[in-house]
Structure formats: C-alpha cells, structure tokens
Design a protein around this ligand. Sequence first.
Ligand code: C5P
Length: 400
Amino acid sequence: MNHLLIGISGGIAAYKVCEVVSSLAKRGIEVRVIMTRSAAEFVTPLTFATLSRQPAYTDSDFWQPSHGRPLHIELAEWADLFLLAPVTANTLAKLAYGMADNLLTNTVLASTCPILFAPAMNTSMWQQPSVQENWHKLLQDNRYSAIAPTDGILACDAVGTGRMAEPEIILEYIESFLLTKGKQDLKGKKVLVNAGGTREFIDPVRFIGNPSTGKQGLAIAKAAIHRGAKVTLITTSPTDLPAGKEQPLLRVARTSAEMHQAMLEEFPFADMAIAAAAVGDVRSKLQSAFKLPKSELPLNLELEYIPDIVADLATRKRPEQILVGFAAQTGSQSEAIAAAQEKLKRKGLNAIAANLVNSDQTGFGTDTNQATFIKANGDTLSTPLCSKLELAHRLFDFLE
Ligand code: C5P
C-alpha cells in the first residue's frame, strides 16, 4: 500500500489540490494532508479531511502525541511519497536552510522519502534571485523533484511563470512515483523521443497518414522527465509537456521529411533516442504547394518510398548512444515479435518494442497498451496490458 503525504502551504493554488486529493482517494490511494496556518486561510482542513477520508493536520495538532510519538515523526515515517503543493516562496526558503517552525516543515525534515515540489507564486516573486537560488539549491538533493510552475494568467492578474501545475500533471507525476518509487535514474541524461503519425501531403489539404495520435511517445517523454531526464520531444501534433527540473524542448514536425531533419539535428545531443513515431512508409511523388482541383487529382497516385529515419540514425550512432524503435504490428503476438526482431536487426537498433495495434485496448489512440521489448542481445520482456505511462516506465526499466 502506498502512503502519500501532501503538504499544503498558503497559496490560492491550494484549491487545485482538492482535485488531486479527491482523485487519489477515489483510486484507493491513502492520502494524508498537512496544512500550514496560511493554507487553512484558503481552503479549510475539513475540505481535505472529507476528500481524503483521513484527518487533515494543522499546527494545532503539532506536538499532540499520536500513538505516544510526535506527530511529525509519525507522519514522516508513514509517508512513502511527500508532495508539497502548492509550495510558497516562504516554505521553499525555510526548507533550503533546513528551518522547521511548523508541522509541515518539521515533517519534511523528519522524512526520508522522495519529495515532489509544485511551487505556486506571483511571477516577480518566482523570479527573485533569492527564490531561484533556494529552488536550485533544493533541487540539487536527489530526494527532491520538481513539478515546475507553468506560464499563464495568475490570480493576481499578472501573466507569467508561477502558476502551479494543473492537477492532471501532478497526478501523472504521482502515478510515475508510485510505479518507480521516485527513481531518478535518468538524471543528467538527454532523451530524444519522437511521437505521432506523419502526414505526407499531396497538396495543402490532402495527405497520406496513419491513425497514430502520439500518446505513447508523449507518455515516454513524460516518464523520462519524471525520472530526471532532459527531454526533447519531436511530435507531429502540438501538445503540452510538463516542465521538469529543466524545461523540456518541444518541436513539431508534421511530415516525415520535417521529422527526419529534426531528428538529425537533435540526435547528436541525445544519450538515448526512442522512436515512437509512426513515420509513413510511402509518400506521393507529386506534392503541390496549392490545393489541386478535383479534376487534376491523379487517380493513380505515383508513390515513392520514405527514407527510414531510425535506420539513418543507426548509421550515425556513437557507440554509447542507445537507439530504440517501436514496431506497430498486426497479427498474432508471435508474428509481431518475429517481425520486430527482423526490424531491429535490419535497422541496426539497440532495442525495439513490438506493439500490437489490432486490438481495442492497445496501439493507436488508446490510453492503454501492451508490448514486447526486445534487445539486440536477444533479451525480451512482455508487459501486461497497462497505461501508456506504465509501459514507458517498464521500457526504461528494461533498458537500464
Ligand atoms: O514502420 P516500421 O514498423 O518499420 O517502424 C519501426 C520503427 O522505425 C519505428 O521506431 C519508426 O519510428 C521507425 N521508422 C522510421 N522511419 C521510417 C519508418 C519507420 O524512423 N520511414
């Protein structure tokens, strides 16, 4: 059973944490909440106690013996994960200097589990050199991970960085933490991921495409961020990526030619590249810059093969770089594995994921997936049917 402790300090973003606590409690995850005095000015302890089906602790509970032991020690030992959301400039500063003057900061100091920070504050406050110094100082500790604040309109009407990450993003970090126990094995690594289905245009309004939505590639990018990597995602459709300790780089490439160019530019900087994109195999020789009238559309479209991007990267790969492909297959599991093994050898990859796409629950556009991972040395591992985020973590565990 996983125990999740959530520390709330005084910011308006506290209201968003209600959603986080509610969703976790509905999934049967045991959540306990600690609130600072100012947090309780924004949302009442009763709200969190009701949503979590557990007591919500405040400073008035501090030093009340729980089972005869100090509450901050009990809570610190109980927690498998500690989320601080929202965390204010004041709480960050105290933690950066090891200060403890309330139940929340005492519990942080008494704890040994991984800690996730989701700061929220006004842009000018966030950008103060002293706040940035405290933030970066804290993140040097491997026990601490960041869910960096995002850009947007703040409650003080300012527009800029400082919004707490949305509940959905925080929940994804927690899902990863529950799967990996906060493993930061990709810290310091650069991971390049491509995602989505390419569109091979005949003219600006017509293309040859495929049903890939880019969800698996996005989940791989998120899993890598959650494990501490610096990520570059090249995707066929614009998407939101959560910011990690360092801002991820997002590039959009709609066609295989754009994808190829972007991958060639980014690959030299990557320690690991995961090619989850469904790149087209053929494109029209005719590519008009203007919409063709129906009468001018050729009924026998002349096609040409698209160069294989990962195979090209494999020829440029440095020995220490890891290159992984995804093979979308139909047919039986054993046929999929055999076809993927052949692709792994032919393309010169370090590993490949054989991914069945002919089921309602796996492959294109689904939220769940199942795959068999194969390494060049013959090692294989089949995953159960799981979320795309879990599949991504299982892949990183396999590659480790
Ligand atoms: O399409 P196929 O099953 O051969 O794809 C397997 C792997 O090859 C995937 O990782 C895909 O991204 C990559 N690929 C590519 N360039 C292509 C076709 C596929 O990089 N033109």
